[in-house]
Write a protein that binds this ligand. Sequence first.
Ligand code: UD1
Length: 416
Amino acid sequence: MIIIDGPAELSGELTIQGAKNSTLPLLAAALLCKGQTVLHNCPNLSDVDTGLRILEHLGCRCRREGQDLIVDNAVTCCEIPEELMRGMRSSIVFLGAMISRCGQASLCSPGGCELGPRPIDLHLSSLRRLGVEIDESGGWLSCRAPEGIQGAYVSLSFPSVGATENLILAAVCGKGTTIIANAAREPEISDLCEYLNRCGGRVYGAGESCVIIDGVKELFGCEHRVMPDRIAAVTYMAAAAVTGGNITLRNVDNTHILPMLSPFEESGCEVRQLGGCLNIMAPRCLGAVKHIRTMPYPGFPTDAQPAVMAMAALGRGTSVFVENIFENRYRHAEGLQRLGANIKVEGKVAVVEGVERLAGAKVDAADLRGGAALVVAGLAAHGRTEVTGEPFIRRGYENLAEGLANLGARIRSQEE
Ligand code: UD1
């Protein structure tokens, strides 16, 4: 668990980790590349470890040297065992690369998770369009591409991040041209395509809603620096906001932060962006964040909603959240309420009336971003807050407690 003695007032500088959500598809891309892939700026997270265990199970040799991951591709197997699939839902992103590389793939269906049902129908229907035969029985997916991956026109009914990544990974070494309409536009997709293109791929339009992929025969592994984690950055920004802090974040891509700036501006924070750095100075009295609607990129990201809700809990006035991406993404509201927040949830809407102060309590992290939001609120709460369920938080944050302690918070993690 994480133990916080609040309230804190954060100040100082911190370097933001590389993006988890970019590292995982990049590891899947390593399966497609001949020779060696070297990824710099890779965060040390349990989800990344799961990705490496999957690669090792498939026959690759992987090692970590500080923030670098080195993968030597030597695929011998095309099945992901159940415990690795269950360990991380986003393991599904290995499917496209496996089927393209081996002509077949077998893995268990990832099932539901803490954010509610997370179907993979879009992944499967779009891979079928590329000539993949998929048999779903007994919770297993057995996939074959007897004629190889065939380029096709695929229109996604929703711009799913994972489905877009799977399609790109399947099609990059396929036959002919694949066009993805209504593709997701998240920066992590551009990061993946930048790497694939450097390895010899021909992917055009990443970051736009129409992505065109001209299949190539082979890809050759090379070096790549993983983009900065925009969600880790916004979590620290929220931590500064609720504590009346003044912090500077290094290793930030400021264009990725733009869709998340409005709640900080609305609540009275002063944000200055310079090169790869961001400085945030919180006001003495935080205002409401007003209105947040989560949307696919470049809208406000669902992953940033919990931390910003922790801000709203202390912002003077009323804030309204509409969660449009995941069905069950307000579980942190209960923990925030335990700390004294005034939140009413009705379906996909949450109304937050800012309170003057929060008081420390024992709370439980039910998911990764929700857990981080409870830590953010705990920094502002008076007295001791204990957040259990730290393993959820470790899935996405490299040393969250240590990072906040370096900024002046009295916080530590402890085995339960
Ligand atoms: C990725 C991110 C996650 C983020 C999410 C939305 C990774 C590892 N994870 O997850 O942190 O919260 O994007 O920005 O990058 N859907 C379907 N059918 C499908 C696929 C998705 O109905 O086949 C629905 C989902 O249930 C959800 C919505 O589409 O409601 C968005 O999901 P998606 O964009 O696919 O998210 P992930 O790739 O799982």
